[in-house]
Write a protein that binds this ligand. Structure first.
Ligand SMILES: C[S@@+](CC[C@H](N)C(=O)[O-])C[C@H]1O[C@@H](n2cnc3c(N)ncnc32)[C@H](O)[C@@H]1O
Length: 231
């Protein structure tokens, strides 16, 4: 069972504050040819509005059957069709190179090691056509916030969870009182740039938020748009 299956029932409550990213990804999708690929598509929170507003086919990949079941049900209620595929984003493979791959909601932080992230970036680069884009967002690591969260018990809706910060592994664990656990591994700006470098992608833009303000020393979020060079 994927660690995320246990989070599916509370995902909406957890993601309730995450709204400003949707239009940003829709805009990128409207500039792209179909199909658009969303890695870690989850409940379809972003994929469904993309399909609805652009009319384009969206391929959504996720390793959690429970999250995919939510996406399936919601797409049906919204009257759109998503091409949902159960799988690991590290194994990304498409029939034909695409012009846009996205990974919203900090989902790349669920990859534990450099090796996993490198493999993912290489798979994305191989799946993009020349000029194609890869866009994702992720927290900027803040050790003060991490230390504050360490050991804290909190609630998502009415479900309690405990946070633990493991500096030796750059990791935050979130464990529900009901047992399921997910982990996030922090990635620094230099590492993201290294991943682009080794995968042969280049930065088109790095924003500090979804309103496209420039990334600066105060930024708390990486909003990255990378591109596969044309030659
Ligand atoms: C924070 S949710 C993001 C969902 C959705 N993209 C959104 O914007 O709301 C993270 C998702 O990543 C998925 N996930 C985590 N590791 C994965 C992996 N290695 N391959 C595919 N999906 C993965 C989880 O199952 C979960 O649905």
């Amino acid at each position: 069972m994927s660690g995320y299956d246990g989070f599916a029932p509370i995902y909406d409550a957890w993601a309730a504050d995450m709204t400003e990213d949707v239009d940003f990804y829709i805009e990128l999708a409207s500039e792209a040819d179909e199909p658009v690929v969303e890695l870690a598509v989850g409940s379809g929170r972003v994929a469904i509005p993309i399909a609805k507003r652009t009319g384009k086919r969206v391929i959504g990949i996720d390793s959690s059957p429970a999250m995919l079941a939510m996406a399936r049900e919601r797409a049906e209620s919204a009257g759109v069709e998503l091409d949902l595929r159960e799988g690991d984003m590290r194994d990304l493979a498409v029939d034909e190179p695409v012009s846009l791959v996205i990974c919203p909601a900090r989902a790349l932080l669920h990859l534990p090691s450099w090796r996993d992230r490198r493999r993912l970036f290489e798979r994305v680069a191989a799946s993009l056509r020349p000029g194609g884009r890869f866009a994702w967002n992720a927290f900027v690591f803040d050790h003060k916030v991490a230390a504050e969260f360490d050991g804290r018990e909190d609630y998502i809706g009415d479900v309690a969870h405990r946070n633990a910060y493991v500096p030796a592994d750059n990791r935050i664990d979130i464990t529900l009182e009901t047992g399921p656990r997910i982990s996030l591994w922090w990635v620094s700006r230099g590492e993201w740039e290294g991943l682009l470098d080794v995968s042969g992608l280049e930065t088109e833009a790095l924003y500090g938020w979804f309103d496209r303000r420039p990334f600066d020393e105060e930024s708390g979020e990486f909003v990255w748009v990378a591109r596969k060079p044309r030659s």
